[in-house]
Design a protein around this ligand. Structure first.
Ligand SMILES: CCCCC/C=C\C/C=C\CC/C=C/CC(=O)SCCNC(=O)CCNC(=O)[C@H](O)C(C)(C)COP(=O)(O)OP(=O)(O)OC[C@H]1O[C@@H](n2cnc3c(N)ncnc32)[C@H](O)[C@@H]1OP(=O)(O)O
Length: 288
């Protein structure tokens, strides 16, 4: 009873201030995400898994829940960003891929697949405000958004070949849809990470911002243009543009996941991941 009264009072308080009750409650419910609604009913979703927003199953599953909820509550738009001014996301968590049981890798991979489907196919407009490096899985998250604004002097790209595994077909397609076939082939086969300036030149991002605040201004400008567009017309047009990839993933998703799990589990790939992790640690030690 006491909990009910408190909840009702909180709800009235939030509604009276015209602040989204749902989104406000969200911010307390997640371990690795903060979700706030702005005055335009745009959800600002901030990843906050310190230090570098490594994408483990828990963070991904939180993103997935938020996406479902934003769809159900008909938000007007979403900005995906990072708490950090250095890293947007460092990609999938090696700790869930290295020396892990296939079931652990499977959970990780199917959860990112779930996020990809929901984010790429979301009815509301989406913007990635990339406040730092966005390698691999970090780049994938931003590619699923409709618009990418990146702060200067960082790197973004899909470096997965360097880890010894091939880029899954649908991820290749995401890249091709964004930067074209030729540029995608060159980038993916070499595992290239682009600087912010290079990323703009090739079309991997849409705008450069000098800092977080200016990136948010640009994100608002992007989202505001949709105020005069009927949402259904916008949504169907987005679906038409994205249908091929979404259909492929919903039909073949399970096969992609299993392929990825068996690829990651190969001893050679495990060795490469171990070497890559050791190299990261060494770099850090030498720079200290
Ligand atoms: C659509 C259908 C799809 C079907 C297929 C299904 C699924 C496929 C899905 C997606 C495909 C996309 C593939 C993704 C694979 C990956 O994402 S693998 C991860 C690749 N990531 C990287 O290569 C980046 C590695 N990290 C860095 O380069 C740097 O950390 C950084 C991001 C540039 C930041 O540097 P900074 O100096 O600030 O920090 P540190 O390097 O000191 O890092 C801090 C701390 O965090 C640890 N760490 C960093 N990254 C990871 C990681 N990815 N996993 C685990 N741990 C990580 C690092 O070791 C440090 O730890 P500490 O020394 O203990 O403090």
């Amino acid at each position: 009873m006491y909990r009910y009264v408190c909840k009702t009072m909180l709800r009235r308080l939030f509604l009276s201030k015209k602040v989204s009750y749902q989104a406000r409650l969200f911010s307390g419910n997640f371990r690795y995400l903060e979700v706030l609604n702005n005055e335009n009913n745009v959800a600002i979703v901030t990843m906050k898994r310190a230090p570098v927003n490594t994408l483990n199953s828990e963070l991904l599953s939180e993103i997935s829940s938020v996406l479902t909820n934003l769809d159900e509550t008909k938000c007007s738009g979403m900005v995906l960003t990072s708490f950090s001014d250095k890293v947007f996301s460092s990609g999938l968590d090696f700790n869930e891929m290295y020396e892990s049981r296939p079931a652990t890798i499977r959970t990780l991979v199917s959860t990112i697949l779930e996020v990809i489907i929901k984010l790429y196919g979301s009815p509301f407009p989406t913007v990635a405000v990339i406040t730092g490096h966005a390698p691999s899985g970090g780049c994938v998250l931003s590619l699923c958004c409709e618009y990418r604004i990146m702060v200067q002097n960082f790197q973004i790209g899909l470096n997965v070949v360097k880890l010894g595994y091939s880029t899954p077909l649908s991820i290749v397609q995401l890249m091709v849809n964004t930067i074209g076939h030729r540029n995608a082939e060159l980038a993916l086969t070499s595992g290239r990470l682009f600087t912010t300036n290079e990323a703009l030149r090739v079309g991997l991002i849409d705008e450069i911002a000098k800092d977080r605040a200016s990136a948010f201004d640009k994100a608002n400008d992007f989202l505001n243009q949709f105020k005069v567009i009927p949402p259904i017309a916008r949504h169907f047009t987005k679906q038409s543009m994205r249908r091929a990839l979404l259909q492929d993933v919903s039909i073949n998703g399970k096969i992609y996941v299993e392929d990825f799990v068996s690829l990651i589990s190969r001893p050679k790939v495990q060795e490469l991941i171990a070497a890559y992790m050791a190299n990261m640690k060494n770099k850090k030690k030498n720079s200290n």
